[in-house]
Design a protein around this ligand. Structure first.
Ligand SMILES: CC(C)(COP(=O)(O)OP(=O)(O)OC[C@H]1O[C@@H](n2cnc3c(N)ncnc32)[C@H](O)[C@@H]1OP(=O)(O)O)[C@@H](O)C(=O)NCCC(=O)NCCS
Length: 180
């Protein structure tokens, strides 16, 4: 539906179920993108989750990411929107390791910015990322996001506490050319 240079953001469909299930059960994929307890998901869990992704939601909007030739590569979206202050919290997962590093993630974030600013009229997009997640920090930085601070010891993972980096991009700083 929303197209970038390399990927398209579209609605989820039950046809994505096998891919979604494989990716959410891949510990190495989700360990960087979820701060909660990582538990195995069943087919029913993920089928229900897909059914719940609706444009009727008021604060959470998720998109499937597919390549321009139609291969599902992951998901991204707005997890929480503060409509009064016009701030949206975003997230992204390119689920299969072999699909990372091809420019799909940064292109998807650029398209998400275009949707957030040009369609939803948000003023700021923000996120937190594990401080050692170099790929994600580079991905967001390449899209114009700036580091806003270090949140010390926010995530307990694999037996120790990890810092998060808060990142944000104000609409006035956003360069629309990056989205084309
Ligand atoms: C983070 C993520 C979305 C990036 O998507 P991607 O398609 O792999 O990244 P891209 O190919 O668009 O590359 C974006 C930037 O990251 C860099 N990068 C990609 N993989 C990298 C790696 N393993 N190590 C270091 N840098 C890396 C690229 O060089 C590029 O930087 P540049 O523009 O300065 O050259 C993807 O790796 C992912 O889904 N990771 C697991 C989940 C996750 O961490 N989500 C984010 C949680 S906040």
């Amino acid at each position: 539906m929303y197209q970038g240079r390399k990927v398209r953001l579209r609605a989820y469909s039950q046809l994505d179920l096998d891919d979604v299930l494989r990716q959410v059960n891949d510990y190495d994929s989700v360990r960087m993108s979820a701060s909660g307890i990582i538990l195995p998901a069943t087919r029913d869990d993920e089928s229900r989750w897909i059914s719940q992704q609706t444009s009727m939601g008021h604060g959470e909007y998720q998109f499937a990411i597919e390549t321009l030739d139609g291969r599902y590569v992951g998901g991204c979206g707005f997890h929480k929107i503060d409509w009064k202050n016009r701030v949206g919290l975003i997230g992204i997962l390119i689920g299969d390791a072999g699909m990372r590093g091809h420019g799909y993630g940064s292109d998807a974030v650029r398209v998400l910015c275009r949707v957030g600013y040009n369609e939803m009229n948000l003023n700021k997009l923000s996120l937190t990322v594990m401080a050692d997640n170099t790929a994600a920090i580079r991905c967001y930085s390449a899209c114009g996001f700036k580091a806003e601070g270090n949140l010390r010891g926010e995530v307990w993972r694999e037996g120790s506490y990890h810092d998060l980096v808060a990142m944000g991009l104000l609409r006035g700083e956003w360069n629309d050319d990056r989205a084309r």
